[in-house]
Design a protein around this ligand. Structure first.
Ligand code: L14
Length: 349
């Protein structure tokens, strides 16, 4: 912080699970920050946070809060973004928004730097950060698309509770303790706080993330489907998704089936490709039981890929297992990485 020649950065939603990781990531990446403004709802305003030894008081986010801000990282829910992101942009800030508010807007880039960094050049003040499950999947798929073409993707996710916020981690912990102690408890948050029913996540698996749409898919599943096509510039790509919540605190896992366009490609060739791919760590050695797991990826920026193998029947079909820290590459790190790209491309101020 306080770096000369740095940027005035605001974090909106500073007390949330993602907001805290945004602050940590700015520090960890040594992002050039001249001033850090921490914003939140009125509920959390007044709280103090120590960043790099400096105490910062969180302020209530208002339109005027963005005067003089260069880069604003938003992660305080879609309604806050809809209201305040345009206000921030109007005042000259570049917004990186980690909600689903603007992701499918045609005039707003939806960016994963390893995949479509150049889309940042068309920004009009607001850049959308994709859904966590989408990000880690496209990082693994992009090198494959580039080399062999991509026709079809079918993904099933195994998602951590932290995607639903810090309170959901607490719900998992409280339920787990209650089950072990044979005590009564009442699920209040998962699968979706605003939905009618709530279910136990401890020792369970819930096939619902976000609300259902009329077509039988959840919003989370449709986000993966639509965002993947937009980020990869593949409107014709066939994508389907099933999103499932697991009793894991941090780290999303995905079983990804994909079909390429090229003939005669081996699993070893796919492995070789991913070994050198940006943002990817290959962990694929079945003989020695090496494969990615969420507990190992916590706190790391990369996307971990393993279990790469050919489909038994489909000559152009493959399976892989993709794991990443949903709060980092899935959210905070991808947002800060976008900010780094903006600086690199000379797009800030
Ligand atoms: O679209 O509950 O950015 O795990 C990502 C986390 C939606 C909810 C998004 C969760 C959110 C999701």
């Amino acid at each position: 912080m306080n770096q000369q020649n740095g940027f005035h950065v605001a974090v909106v939603g500073a007390t949330g699970a993602v907001g805290q990781q945004m602050i940590n990531t700015l520090v960890k990446q040594n992002f050039p920050v001249s001033k850090l403004t921490l914003l939140s709802s009125s509920r959390s305003a007044g709280k103090k946070v120590t960043v790099n030894g400096e105490e910062i008081t969180i302020q209530e986010a208002k339109p005027e809060s963005f005067e003089g801000v260069d880069i604003a990282l938003f992660s305080a829910g879609g309604s806050v973004s809809k209201e305040l992101a345009p206000e921030a942009a109007k005042r000259g800030a570049i917004v990186v928004d980690n909600t689903s508010a603007f992701r499918m807007d045609a005039d707003k880039p939806l960016v994963v730097p390893e995949v479509n960094e150049d889309d940042l050049k068309t920004h009009n003040g607001i850049i959308a950060n994709p859904n966590c499950s989408t990000i880690q999947m496209v990082v693994a798929l992009e090198p494959i698309r580039k080399q062999y073409g991509l026709k079809k993707v079918i993904v099933s996710t195994y998602q951590a509770v932290s995607g639903a916020g810090a309170a959901a981690i607490q719900e998992l912990m409280d339920e787990t303790k209650a089950v072990l102690a044979d005590e009564a408890f009442e699920p209040k948050l998962l699968p979706v706080k605003a939905d009618k029913k709530h279910y136990q996540i401890a020792f369970n698996a819930i096939p619902q993330i976000d609300k259902f749409q009329e077509n039988g898919y959840t919003f989370e599943e449709m986000k993966m489907i639509n965002e993947t096509k937009k980020i990869m510039h593949l409107p014709e790509l066939q994508v389907s998704a099933t999103c499932v919540r697991l009793p894991v605190p941090v780290g999303h896992s995905e079983s990804v089936y994909f079909e390429i366009e090229a003939d005669g490609v081996s699993a070893d060739e796919i492995k070789a490709l991913l070994k050198d791919a940006p943002g990817v760590v290959l962990q694929d050695d079945p003989e020695n039981q090496v494969y990615p797991m969420p507990a190992d990826c916590v706190g790391k920026n990369e996307v971990f890929v393993g279990r790469i193998r050919k489909d038994i029947d489909e000559a152009r079909g493959f399976h892989m297992w993709v794991v990443s820290d949903n709060l980092l590459k899935g959210a905070a790190w991808n947002s800060v990485q976008i900010a780094e790209s903006l600086v690199k491309l000379g797009l800030v101020k």
